[in-house]
Design a protein around this ligand. Structure first.
Ligand SMILES: Nc1ncnc2c1ncn2[C@@H]1O[C@H](COP(=O)(O)OP(=O)(O)OP(=O)(O)O)[C@@H](O)[C@H]1O
Ligand SMILES: [Mg+2]
Length: 204
C-alpha cells in the first residue's frame, strides 16, 4: 500500500524546548505514530538533518556568537532543501528543532537582535516556517537531571538557559502555531498531550 499523503495544512511539525525537555523522545513517538497511521513521514533534526558536518563543528567547540549563529543558519539552509522536497511530495515533516531554536537560544539567550534573527531565519528557509510547534516546558532542575553529557551549547550555564526558557514562553505568547506542553510529566503522558493537540488540529 502506498503511504497516505498529507493534504491538510499541517505538513511541517516542529518540536521545541530547552535541552532535555523531551524533543527527540516525543518526535520519535510522533514519527512512529504517523507511520502507523499510514502517512509518509520525513524526520529531520537541527543541527544535522542532512549530515553531521556542521553539527559536529557546533557541538564540539565554543564559537563567537556570530560564528555560531551563521553555522546554525548554514546548516538550516542545507536542511530546508530536503524539508521542501518532502513537503512537495505531500509527506509530513517532523523537525527536532527549527528556526525557533535560533530565536530562543541566539536571540533571547544570547542577546542577538530578534528582528534581525527573524529575517536571517526566513532568509535561510526561503520563508518557510513550521505549521505547528510543540513546545515542551521544563524547569532547569529537570534539565540538569536529564542531560548528563555537556556539549558546547549545553555548557552555557544557568542564567543562559533561564533566558532561553523565558524566550520560549515569549514565543508561545507571540506565535499562533505554538502549543504548550508540560514536559515534566511522564513520557507517555507528554505524548498523550501531543496527540490530543494534533487530533484537535485535524478536527478528529
Ligand atoms: N517525560 C520524561 N520524563 C522523564 N525522562 C524523560 C522524559 N522525556 C525524555 N526523558 C529522558 O530525558 C533525556 C533527554 O530526553 P530527550 O533526548 O528526548 O530530550 P531533548 O529535548 O531531545 O534533549 P536535547 O536538547 O539535549 O537533544 C533522555 O534520557 C530521555 O529518555
Ligand atoms: Mg534531542
Amino acid at each position: 500500500m502506498l503511504p497516505k499523503k498529507q493534504k491538510n495544512l499541517f505538513r511541517y511539525i516542529a518540536f521545541e524546548g530547552i535541552d532535555g525537555c523531551g524533543k527527540t523522545t516525543q518526535a520519535q513517538f510522533f514519527v512512529n505514530y504517523l507511520k502507523r497511521e499510514g502517512f509518509c513521514v520525513y524526520f529531520t533534526k537541527e543541527p544535522g538533518g542532512v549530515n553531521n558536518k556542521i553539527r559536529n563543528l557546533l557541538l564540539e567547540e565554543k564559537w563567537p556568537s556570530k560564528t555560531e549563529l551563521f553555522l546554525f543558519l548554514a546548516d538550516r539552509a542545507l536542511n530546508i532543501v530536503n524539508v521542501k522536497r518532502e513537503i512537495e511530495k505531500d509527506c509530513i515533516v517532523v523537525g527536532d528543532r527549527s528556526i525557533y531554536s535560533t530565536m530562543a537560544y541566539q536571540g533571547y539567550g544570547g542577546g542577538l537582535d530578534l528582528e534581525f534573527l527573524e529575517k536571517l531565519n526566513l532568509f535561510s528557509t526561503e520563508g518557510l516556517r513550521p505549521d505547528v510547534v510543540f513546545y515542551f516546558d521544563i524547569d532547569l532542575k529537570t534539565m540538569k537531571n536529564r542531560v548528563k553529557k555537556h556539549d558546547a551549547i549545553e555548557s552555557k550555564g544557568d542564567s543562559f538557559f533561564m533566558r532561553v526558557r523565558k524566550g520560549y514562553v515569549e514565543l508561545l505568547k507571540k506565535e499562533k502555531n505554538f502549543f504548550l506542553i508540560n514536559g515534566e510529566k511522564s513520557k507517555e503522558e507528554v505524548f498523550r498531550s501531543v496527540l490530543k493537540i494534533w487530533k484537535s488540529l485535524l478536527g478528529d
